[in-house]
Design a protein around this ligand. Structure first.
Ligand code: NAP
Length: 320
């Protein structure tokens, strides 16, 4: 069994940028890139589910999310990063080198060991779970207003959710859209009062109360949604060309529970850059960031994690 200098978990912008930097520092990182799936929890991460990305610096004409991820992956591979298309199923952070398992989590011996571990497993947007939602993701269905709001100039669109995220996204989207309908499953918002006041005062925002989205219409892009009244059970249609899902996010941290200090919302707590509470374990990207959640901030924090890991490895090996 191999002991690597650096093992990286995750292959979104954070993991791949960490891989580029670690590879160029001659650390020959092993990247567990995940497995194909229909959620954001897959090789390449959430950008694999988007179409046009217009806010990643350096691409004046925009770039497709999957193309950006494949370019980052090639860049890391060019400098010697090695990829495995698998997911970690267990980690042991109690002693160094750290153990990482994939196929057989019950085995005594881990699949690989790493002197340093960089966690970049990301977060997933909670989804409604409708078949047409998955089909139209990136084609009118979006989980990121900051990323996609610009594409809906002058249009009538909707946001699902009643928390701060939904209201924040709705308010942001009024800068572009003609109207924004907030679809909430109850008749009372969960969001903070200040956000509620702002949303209610916004002339472009209207509300659909007690409304559950039960289907999304559209062949190649969204044309409307079917709503079901949570109280009366009545169904009605709403014509919109965009649907933003803002019902919360969940960091992919189940693997580390009990071994690593997490914040109250389950995101990994980092200290001074990318350090976690376990020496030699670093975290970057959305798995430790519930605030910015951008490809460029994830990439930036991946760079920080690789540099932190490199310095830490150098300092610890100097002691021996
Ligand atoms: P959240 O507070 O958990 O709200 C999720 C919303 O989505 C709730 O209104 C919930 O409805 C609804 N929802 C959940 N599952 C649903 C489903 N399957 N179908 C339909 N609706 C569903 O999540 P969040 O808004 O992302 O916020 C997360 C945390 O970040 C919160 O603590 C929030 O305060 C904070 N935050 C703060 C700001 C800010 O201060 N500017 C901005 C964003 C987020 P119910 O209400 O019926 O449960």
């Amino acid at each position: 069994m191999d002991t690597r200098q650096v093992v990286i978990l995750g292959s979104g912008p954070a993991g791949l940028t960490a891989a580029i930097y670690a590879a160029r520092a001659n650390l020959a990182p092993l990247v567990l890139e995940g497995e194909p799936s229909s959620t954001s929890d897959q090789p390449g991460g959430q950008l694999m589910l988007t179409t046009e990305v217009e806010n990643f610096p350096g691409f004046p004409d925009g770039v497709l999310g999957p193309d950006l991820m494949s370019a980052l992956r090639s860049q890391a591979a060019r400098f010697g990063a090695e990829f495995l298309t698998t997911k970690a199923t267990r980690v042991d952070l109690s002693s160094r080198p750290f153990g990482v398992w994939w196929d057989h989590p019950g085995d005594v011996e881990p699949s690989v060991k790493g002197n340093a571990l960089i966690i970049a497993t990301g977060a997933r947007s909670l989804m409604l779970g409708l078949p047409n939602e998955a089909r139209l993701l990136g084609h009118g269905v979006s989980t990121c207003a900051t990323c996609d709001g610009f594409f809906f100039r002058g249009q009538d669109i909707a946001v699902v959710g009643g928390g701060d995220s939904a209201l924040e996204e709705a308010i942001f989207l009024t800068h572009f859209a003609r109207s924004v309908t907030i679809i909430h499953r109850r008749d009372a918002l969960r969001a903070s009062h200040i956000m509620q006041d702002r949303a209610r005062a916004n002339e472009k925002i209207r509300f659909e109360w007690n409304a559950q989205v039960i289907d999304i219409y559209g062949e190649t892009s969204v044309s409307g949604v079917r709503l079901k009244d949570s109280k009366s059970g009545e169904e009605r249609d709403l014509a919109v060309s965009g649907l933003f899902i803002a019902i919360g996010h969940e960091p992919n941290t189940a693997l580390f529970a009990g071994q690593l200090e997490l914040q109250d919302n389950s995101y990994i707590r980092t200290f001074g850059g990318s350090h976690t509470n376990v020496e030699g374990v670093f975290a970057c990207g959305d798995v430790q960031d519930h605030i910015y959640r951008q490809a460029v901030t994830a990439a930036g924090s991946g760079c920080m994690a690789a540099i932190d890991a490199e310095r830490w490895l150098e300092a610890t090996s100097a002691h021996h």
